[in-house]
Every structure is written in C-alpha cells, then in structure tokens.
Design a protein around this ligand. Structure first.
Ligand SMILES: NC(=O)c1ccc[n+]([C@@H]2O[C@H](COP(=O)([O-])OP(=O)(O)OC[C@H]3O[C@@H](n4cnc5c(N)ncnc54)[C@H](OP(=O)(O)O)[C@@H]3O)[C@@H](O)[C@H]2O)c1
Length: 303
C-alpha cells in the first residue's frame, strides 16, 4: 500500500481551494488539511480536517506547520481582486507576498513540497501565448505582488513548484464571486446589456481541471514553473458569445468595447494565453475546451 501523504491547502474557501479539497478528500492515500481565513464555508465537511489559518499571521503559520508537518502545501490563498489590489496595496502585499515568505520559511524547515499559485498577469500581454521560460513584465500591482511571490518561492525554497494559471471559472459552495459564464448569462437573462472587451485574449481554465493539474504536481513531486490553463485562446468577447450561443441568449445585449474605454484602475495585459506543452507532457494535463467547460457548469447547476 502507498504511503499516506499529508497535504495542506491554504485558501480552501476559495474557488480553486474548494475544488482541490473536494477532489483530494476522496483519496485514501491522502491525509488532507484544509485551511482558510475564518470558518469553513464548504458544505461537505467530511473526509478532511479544517483549521482556520490567516496566512498573514506568521506565528500561526509556523505553529500549524510544525504541528501538522505536511509533505505538501498548495498555496491557493491570495488577494485576487486586481482592482482592489491597486486601491489597497498594503493589504495586497501582506497577503500575496509577506505571507508567502512566512509559508516558505516554515515549509523549508520540514522540506515540505511548496506549490504556489500564480498568474498570466505576470506578463505584459504583448506576445502571448507564453511559455514557462518567457520573461515576465507585470503591468499592475497585483501582478507585481504575484511576481514578487514567485521570486520568494524560487529563491528560498529547495522543493517547490509554481503553477501559473488564467481566468479560473467554476461553481463553488457559498459562492462569493461570479465568473464569466454565470455573470454574462445572469445579466443578459435579466435583460441588461453588458460591455465586453474585444481586445483582451485569454485561455480560461475550468477550476476542476486546474485542481487536477495542481494535484498532479503534488503526486509527481514536480519542480519548477508550470503553465496550466485551458487549451484555446479567445478574446473575452468570443468567450461571451460562446456562452450566449449555448444558452440561446440575445447577443444584441453584448456591447463590444476596447479595454481603454473601460478605464479600469489596473491596466490589463492584452494577449496572454499559455503554451501548455510542458504540463501536458510531464503531468498528463488534459484541460477541457471552453465549450466543454460551459456544458460541465450547466450540468452542475442543474444537479
Ligand atoms: N481566479 C482567477 O481567475 C485567477 C487567475 C490567475 C491566477 N489566480 C491565482 O490562483 C489562486 C487561486 O485563485 P482563486 O480564484 O481560487 O481565488 P479566490 O477564490 O479569491 O480564493 C482565495 C482564497 O484565499 C482566501 N484568503 C484571503 N486572504 C487570506 C488570508 N490572509 N489567509 C488565508 N486565506 C486567505 C480567501 O478567503 P475569503 O474567501 O474569505 O476572502 C479566498 O477564499 C490565487 O493565487 C490567484 O492569484 C487566479
């Protein structure tokens, strides 16, 4: 019988965190610890241990890690609202950078495999799709904080992986945030018009596929940077048209706009998208297309 691996997830209340917990809690060879700030918001509380953990609390991080001594940490916790990071830089740095330092320091003591989540936003969007060896050039504060966290991980840990991903979409328990599919469907069904950018290109990633990818990284004790995203690159406008086609929504409610016209606090990179060959080859990563992803979400909503 395989040795049981202790895996600790941070940010388990979040979109990706929830999917990893729901996937791993079924595994007999994994002793699973879910942690997040505040109470456990997952509906199913069986098959894992939940501990409240604010990763910005260095003493608590150090205490919990010495107590549990996990073989693997998957750090999904982050301040993920890009515009909020622009407005509240101090808070953003505390969660996205300082806390990563605490986690890396504590996990280095026990040679824990530290798996950290990062973003396509570390790139400037001038030359997507990007591979793992391309040079980052962040355009906004959130991206700067994530790139700084990557450096902390790669320079201070000897047992690490960084997983960069792009627009995660999925359905969670006690949803605190929307996603591309639900937002566009919801608004158009209410009769509202929506402004959608036609000059930003992305590879959206189904949360379940990303969770599988993160777990493969853990199972294979993979080291280094991995790009994990959906397989195709589309403009956000094309993606929303796909949702409209699937649900037979009125496309005249979708107003194409340029990024510049939105005047968002954080300037978005125009063309990201990833080359995912490394993850396919080394991890057997097989992400679903956006069309398959919409069908998958639709089934979940109707269950
Ligand atoms: N979502 C995307 O489209 C996207 C794209 C590229 C990269 N990423 C990266 O992927 C990772 C996962 O993203 P996600 O979409 O799953 O994020 P998410 O849904 O925002 O989840 C992040 C979780 O972290 C928790 N958290 C915040 N501050 C914390 C703290 N101090 N201590 C402990 N937990 C804390 C949040 O708690 P509350 O729920 O209580 O706020 C939330 O549950 C992040 O590293 C993100 O930067 C995400």
């Amino acid at each position: 019988m395989k040795k049981t691996k202790k895996i600790l997830i941070t940010g388990s209340n979040g979109l990706l965190g929830q999917k990893i917990v729901y996937n791993l809690k079924q595994r007999k060879d994994v002793d699973l610890y879910a942690t997040s700030i505040g109470e456990n918001r997952l509906l199913d509380k069986l098959g894992y241990t939940y501990r409240s953990l604010d990763i910005t609390d260095q003493n608590k991080v150090s205490h919990i890690l010495s107590e549990i001594n996990p073989d693997v940490i998957i750090n999904t916790a982050a301040m993920t609202n890009v515009d909020a990071c622009e407005h509240n830089k101090e808070k953003c740095w505390k969660i996205n950078v300082d806390a990563v330092k605490y986690l890396v320091e504590a996990s280095s003591k026990y040679n824990t495999h530290f798996i950290h989540l990062s973003t396509d936003f570390v790139f400037d969007g001038k030359a997507g799709p990007y591979s793992e060896t391309d040079e980052p050039n962040p355009l906004h504060y959130y991206a700067e904080s994530k790139l700084a966290s990557e450096k902390i991980v790669s320079e201070n840990s000897s047992n690490w992986a960084i997983i960069r991903t792009i627009i995660i979409y999925g359905i969670t328990d006690n949803m605190s945030r929307s996603n591309l599919v639900l937002w566009s469907k919801g608004e158009i069904e209410k009769g509202n018009t929506i402004k959608v950018v036609n000059d930003q290109f992305r590879s959206p990633t189904l949360a379940e596929d990303l969770a599988e990818g993160c777990i493969s990284v853990a199972d294979n004790s993979a080291q280094g940077i991995y790009h994990l995203s959906g397989p195709e690159i589309n403009s956000i406008l094309e993606l929303i048209y796909k949702v409209a086609d699937f649900y037979a929504l009125d496309k005249s409610k979708i107003i194409p706009v340029t990024s510049a016209s939105l005047n968002q606090p954080a300037k978005r990179p125009l063309r990201t998208g990833f080359v995912i060959d490394k993850a396919k080859k080394e991890l057997g990563f097989k992400p679903r297309s956006f069309d398959e992803g919409i069908k998958f979400l639709d089934k979940q909503m109707n269950n």
